[in-house]
Ligand binder design. Structure first.
Ligand code: RB5
Length: 149
């Protein structure tokens, strides 16, 4: 199950991605927003982050105008590794090297066709499980531990 959420700046791209998921019968959970009315990206981002962190969803997709604000927000949640990707190569590396569990996209900077290629790459690429990459991810987790209150 893929959690997906956006602010108003990512709403139209979110709907396009849902259309792709529907056509391919890929299960997803839409956590908003539901219109072009202005909302704060952090309010939607936390819903997606929680869905992934709790295990309810295997991965997430978050979208705002640039993808920047919402990726910063979801990366505050321990265990979330969100990658802002602007092309399929970044999406592949985000999965193979970083084991990213959330894909962040910019609805105002990507055309729909490119965005869908990024999504397809992200959801179909496994983590490489090579020890050097796992070690680096473990060090990210150690940083989270270090700064726990
Ligand atoms: C909203 O206008 C815009 O700031 C937001 O979608 C996003 O681009 C922030 O990073």
């Amino acid at each position: 199950m893929i959690a997906i959420g956006s602010d108003h700046g990512g709403y139209e791209l979110k709907e396009a991605i849902k259309g792709y998921f529907d056509s391919e019968k890929i299960p997803y959970k839409d956590l908003g927003t539901c219109s072009l009315e202005s909302v704060d990206y952090s309010d939607i981002g936390i819903l997606v982050a929680e869905a992934v962190k709790s295990g309810e969803c295997d991965s997430g997709i978050v979208i705002c105008g640039t993808g920047i604000g919402i990726s910063i927000a979801v990366n505050k949640v321990p265990g979330i590794r969100a990658a802002l990707c602007t092309d399929p190569y970044m999406a592949r590396m985000a999965r193979e090297h970083n084991d990213a569990n959330v894909l962040a996209l910019g609805g105002r900077v990507l055309g729909e066709g490119l965005a869908l290629e990024i999504v397809k790459t992200f959801i179909s690429t496994p983590f490489s499980h090579e020890s050097r990459h796992q070690n680096r991810i473990d060090k990210i987790s150690a940083i989270e531990e270090q700064y726990k209150e």
